[in-house]
Ligand binder design. Structure first.
Ligand SMILES: Nc1ncnc2c1ncn2[C@@H]1O[C@H](COP(=O)(O)OP(=O)(O)OP(=O)(O)O)[C@@H](O)[C@H]1O
Length: 633
């Protein structure tokens, strides 16, 4: 907003979206006071599509300023202030026009022809009767006559009261009775789940399945909070019409219950499908990649409209019958939680539920930015890539985000800080160690693309969703163009050779990845596997090159062989069970992140040795280190 305040010049601002907030506020107030007829008449010039218009009009029931919504709709379509003034003039809505004129006059920009055309009214009185208003102004000669179209109410002697507050049938506003009928009176059998803020019920109406989210009574001192949450949710839903965003089909706000009605997504949540809840099949790699792309698109769309989601997590990604992802939403995250104490309870709940998807700084400062959504998206992508839960109390570390960020940190420490290539290295490491082996084979370059997208999403500084999208698109392209076996692998004896493993990617980004040194873990001595860094895979055969084997998912196998502790010998099929738990099996509790740092220096040395091996380092120390390690291994 260029205006910013009443004293600021506004001459350059010609788009509606550039109007200062105080002007818009005043304008909306004036417009919202209009009777239905006048308002609808104005709105129908702005939005021709009746469905769109109905959606906005519907929001009036929730207490939202419908003019603001209308202006938003028009504003994002780059409507100009001149167009708005012209329309106001045509419809003789002088009070509202005056607000804009006053603002424009501050900037001494009265040369504008659109403004010159519009004479402010001398005595405008707003009648509750639509016709009265219209005819009076014309009779008084205030302003030019509206265009003589057939719908002009003043052209007819009989006032037409076609505008009513009643919505056409199929309204988004459900009567409480309809909601109760659809959910069998909110019967327990219809309840799908209990979210943090709402109970979720399955419902049926006219042979269509719905999901009814009934908001819980929130333990909060502010009675308006629920109302506000509801409004935000409705606002987001109406503003965000996108293939990958869950559509709001209706709402009900009467009789003490607030319900939001959505389409029923046949395949439930992504979280449930990744964990094969109810015995569902594993999601194939194709599906996982296309879900990732859909999710990124949804977030991009929201951000494009200036909306932050704040609650991106796999349980909020719903899958329809074709496994098309639909991002569900929770407007609560839009509450300025840091400001008011009454949000405290909710804030705590939000954090508890979403810790696994939030970056550290947000947990500490509670500031919601676009970065937060991308971070959450990155964790969802990581869940799909690894098949690991975002939070697992039986695992160390509990949070998947820590697992991934540790890898990124380690890779970052190895490279010069400014070198972006560390993300590619981290991606490779992540694939080696944590790629979901239950799903079947995934070409190495595709897997690394996937993992790179995860790393890019978790960037601390300037993460770029477009970059994440581009990398995932690359992965999708590879999947579409190449054929690979997606069936879960039964045996683990097929090891890809470096020549046919997909690393020869030519000039592409993937090709660039191919030039990276193989995972650093290959130079770890076996005893390290049982040491505090036992979470890092190790390789017992020092003479072998790194060979990508998606069926194994790790270059360090067989882990049991390389451990000096015989108790750690695991049957091959139980190895993957919980890779991150391997330290425990080795008789060592996995160390916390702080402890990891202690070993970072050691790991760094190893890494330097590895880089030397690939011609990146010429230090003697490193050379000798490398020699020692390789010999030692
Ligand atoms: N439209 C839908 N179709 C099918 N299942 C749904 C739908 N919406 C929600 N669910 C199911 O209900 C669960 C709970 O949804 P809900 O969005 O209320 O809670 P949540 O995402 O776990 O938490 P939060 O309240 O923080 O968003 C989902 O994980 C999903 O399994």
């Amino acid at each position: 907003c260029q205006g910013g305040g009443p004293g600021n010049p506004a001459a350059q601002t010609s788009y509606i979206h550039g109007m200062p907030a105080w002007v818009l506020e005043d304008f909306c107030q004036k417009m919202d006071c209009l009777n239905d007829y006048d308002w609808m008449r104005f709105a129908s010039y702005v939005i021709i599509d009746q469905t769109e218009l109905r959606k906005i009009k519907c929001m009036e029931k929730t207490g939202i300023s419908i003019t603001r919504e209308l202006m938003w709709w028009w504003g994002v379509r780059l409507a100009t202030v001149e167009q708005l003034l012209e329309l106001l003039q045509k419809l003789q809505l002088f009070r509202a026009a005056q607000v804009i004129l006053d603002w424009r006059s501050i900037s001494n920009n009265n040369n504008d022809p659109a403004i010159a055309l519009l004479e402010p009214p001398k005595q405008e009185t707003v009648s509750l009767h639509p016709m009265e208003n219209k005819c009076k102004t014309v009779e008084n000669g205030i302003g030019p006559s509206p265009s003589p179209d057939s719908t002009n109410p003043c052209s007819s002697s009989t006032p037409r009261q076609e505008m009513t507050t009643e919505l056409p049938s199929g309204s988004l506003l459900w009567a409480p009775r309809e909601v109760i009928d659809a959910t069998n009176g909110f019967r327990e059998e219809n309840r799908i789940d209990e979210g943090v803020f709402a109970n979720v019920y399955r419902g049926q109406r006219h042979n269509t399945m719905y999901v009814v989210k009934r908001l819980k009574e929130v333990e909060c001192t502010n009675p308006n909070l629920k109302q506000r949450f509801f409004h935000t949710e409705v606002q987001i839903c109406f503003r965000c019409c996108h293939h990958n965003i869950l559509q709001l089909l209706g709402f009900s706000i009467e009789s003490g219950f607030h319900c939001l009605i959505y389409p029923y997504m046949l395949n439930g949540s992504l979280e449930d499908r990744l964990q094969c809840q109810g015995g569902s099949d594993q999601l194939t790699w194709e599906k996982r990649i296309s879900i990732s792309i859909g999710l990124i698109r949804a977030i991009q769309h929201l951000h494009h409209f200036g909306i932050l989601h704040g609650n991106v997590k796999s349980s909020n990604v719903l899958l329809d019958e074709n496994f098309t992802p639909k991002l569900g939403h929770s407007g609560l995250r839009l509450c300025p939680a840091e400001k008011k104490s009454e949000y405290a309870v909710m804030k705590t709940k939000v954090l508890q539920a979403s810790l696994a998807y939030l970056p550290e700084d947000v947990i500490r400062h509670g500031q919601l930015t676009e970065k937060v959504d991308l971070f959450g998206c990155g964790i969802v992508l990581a869940e799909m890539l690894t098949g690991l839960k975002a939070m697992d109390e039986r695992r160390h570390p509990i949070f998947l985000k820590d697992l991934i960020t540790d890898e990124i940190q380690i890779a970052k420490a190895l490279f010069c800080c400014k070198d972006r290539a560390f993300e590619k290295l981290a991606a490779k490491e992540i694939c080696c160690k944590y790629l979901d082996r239950k799903v079947g084979q995934l070409p190495a370059d595709t897997a690394i693309c996937f993992a790179t997208a995860v790393c890019l999403s978790l960037r601390k500084k300037n993460p770029d969703i477009a970059e994440v999208y581009a990398v995932m698109e690359m992965a999708e392209c590879q999947v579409r163009n190449g054929s690979f076996n997606n069936a879960p692998e039964e045996t683990d004896d097929e090891t890809a050779s470096p020549t046919n493993d997909g690393y020869s990617g030519g000039n592409s980004e993937i090709g660039a990845m191919a030039n990276l040194p193989p995972p650093l873990i290959r130079v770890l001595p076996p005893e390290m596997c049982c040491g505090p860094m036992s979470r890092l895979p190790c390789e017992s055969d020092e003479s072998s090159n790194f060979a990508w084997d998606p069926t194994e998912g790790s270059a360090c196998l067989p882990q049991s062989n390389s451990c000096t502790d015989p108790e750690n010998a695991l049957p091959s099929d139980s190895r993957r069970d919980d890779k991150v738990d391997s330290g425990k099996r080795c008789g060592h509790q996995h160390k916390g992140r702080g402890e990891n740092v202690k070993y970072m220096a050691l790991y760094l040395c190893l890494a330097m040795a590895s880089r030397t091996q690939f011609g990146n380092h010429s230090s003697n120390t490193s050379n000798s280190l490398q020699g020692d390690w390789v010999k030692g291994g």
